[in-house]
Ligand binder design. Structure first.
Ligand SMILES: Nc1ncnc2c1ncn2[C@@H]1O[C@H](COP(=O)(O)OP(=O)(O)OP(=O)(O)O)[C@@H](O)[C@H]1O
Ligand SMILES: [Mg+2]
Length: 252
């Protein structure tokens, strides 16, 4: 579904990504982890064409991202940025409605409005629908941004730190919702996560990035070992097992 071949990126004279190749098949939840500055957001922004590809190839659903019209790409791929530009004078319902633009060209149909209403309800935003986005709390705003990305209803979702600002129940709810869109609707989700335990509990696969490259790639069970975590994060962590799944004790 997402094919990345020999992608490198240089910014300000520094090598940000070095010859990254990665294949993400259809239908699955892939967590991307790695230390600050590893290149996670840079790679996502190249897949989502938020910045131009300098070298290598990236295709999504067989379409080369650098040669596909934006409108067409927006029907295949939704991207949640790590630090979206603040939405000014926009109500929550309008923000979530933006997710429908690739489908409706700006004039929402009854079906679009139904999708928006469902997304608002799913993210407990119904009571906030007529509030201006800038008046929301950090976690409420994050929920609205994620709701917008999901309302786009694309086969591929790229989410850069979707759990930012979410409290524990909301983080768990979102991970469960992502799991459901994968299992019930066959979506392909690539999500950057800093919480290794959310990755362990919900992802099919973890891709660990370090220094602009893929340092490790595998199932949560294979990947989340003290040695692997130390080599990726430079910090030794303990790993326990609860109900057969790895749990990382990063604070001990
Ligand atoms: N426009 C730019 N000019 C110069 N360097 C940049 C630019 N954008 C990103 N970088 C550098 O590229 C590296 C990778 O950044 P990136 O945002 O991809 O990291 P990340 O893995 O997403 O980190 P984080 O977990 O902190 O979000 C960092 O060292 C960053 O400073
Ligand atoms: Mg980032």
């Amino acid at each position: 579904m997402i094919q990345i071949e020999n992608v490198s990126l240089v910014r300000g004279g520094a090598k940000i990504l070095s010859d990254v190749s990665l294949h993400i098949p259809e239908k699955g939840l892939v967590a991307m982890v790695g230390p600050n500055g590893a290149g996670k957001s840079s790679l996502l922004s190249l897949i989502g064409r938020l910045q131009p590809l300098q070298s290598g190839r990236i295709s999504v659903a067989g379409l080369p991202v650098d040669a596909t019209p934006s409108r067409e790409l927006a029907k295949i791929l939704a991207i949640l940025r790590q630090d979206p530009a603040p939405a000014s004078r926009l109500k929550v319902r309008e923000l979530v409605g933006f997710g429908r633009f690739p489908h409706s060209r700006g004039r929402l149909t009854a079906e679009d409005r139904a999708v928006v209403d469902a997304a608002l309800a799913d993210f407990a935003l119904t009571a906030l629908a007529d509030r201006f986005v800038e008046t929301l709390s950090g976690g409420q705003r994050q929920r609205a941004l994620v709701a917008m990305a999901l309302a786009q209803d694309t086969p591929v979702l790229l989410l850069d730190e979707p759990l930012n600002n979410l409290d524990m129940p909301n983080a768990r709810d979102l991970m469960r919702r992502l799991r459901r869109v994968v299992d019930e609707r066959g979506r392909t989700v690539l999500a950057v996560l800093h919480d290794l335990n959310h990755a362990a509990a919900y992802a099919d696969r973890i891709v660990a990035m370090k220094d602009g490259g893929v340092a490790a790639d595998g199932s949560p069970r294979d990947l989340l070992t003290p040695d692997m975590l130390e080599s990726v994060f430079g910090h030794r962590m303990r790993v326990a097992e609860i109900d057969g799944a790895p749990v990382v004790l990063h604070h001990l």
